[in-house]
Design a protein around this ligand. Sequence first.
Ligand SMILES: CSCCC(=O)C(=O)COP(=O)(O)O
Ligand SMILES: [Mg+2]
Length: 257
Amino acid sequence: MAKPDVNIFLLDIEGTTTPISFVKDILFPYVKDNVQDYLIAHWEEDECKQDVYLLKKQAEEDSRQHRAGPVHCLDESVHTDEEKAIQEVVDNVLWQMAEDRKTTALKQLQGHMWRAAYAAGKIKGEVYEDVAPAIQTWRQLGMKVYIYSSGSVEAQKLLFANSTEGNLLDLFDGYFDTNIGAKVESKSYKRIAESIGCLPSNILFLTDLTREARAAEEAGVNVTVVVRPGNSELTEEEKSHFQLITSFNELPLPNSA
Ligand SMILES: CSCCC(=O)C(=O)COP(=O)(O)O
Ligand SMILES: [Mg+2]
């Protein structure tokens, strides 16, 4: 049953508003297939330099934490310094993606790469059909609606601006990404509440991942787990612990309980 003090919805993207298959089979392969050409084309541009700088800082942190990274075995005699540097970044990006890392550095580069793909009409952001009508109803009832995804804010806006359901940007009051903290850490949800200017108990977070749901709960945020085709199976304990919905239409509206 919805809690009466909830007046803010916080929505995950992958597995919640959007099929996991869109992210795994369309967005991520686009990056894997194009990262080398993208870096070669944009290497001298400020935005790309900033992306590479962040990736290098992350690689240094990973090395300090003894996380296994890619091993470089380039033949010095046939590669220029620039080719070598680009190949190292490509290897790092592919390694992070194979591990499904959610680092801010990786997500920032991915967002910049998807910009061109959306602009060229090569990609359309998939959004479940129930999402936009439900959000419109919530907004008519005076609720505020925010996004919290590991994808960068720019990537989030691109997806919703160029979606299968049209331009949905007007539906959202704001966007959060990992710059506010990781989705599996409870302090991220406290920071989000502070940033919105509300109490954690005013927020209802919708996500497919129970690790994120538990972190939000720990912060005092209300949680509903979204079960969509292709999402990870839930354990019996998870099924009984969390409120579950398979469509946004099933959500009991706050204040209607
Ligand atoms: C903004 S679309 C890209 C989604 C993405 O990169 C990702 O890692 C999925 O994260 P989410 O937190 O939405 O599950
Ligand atoms: Mg998700």
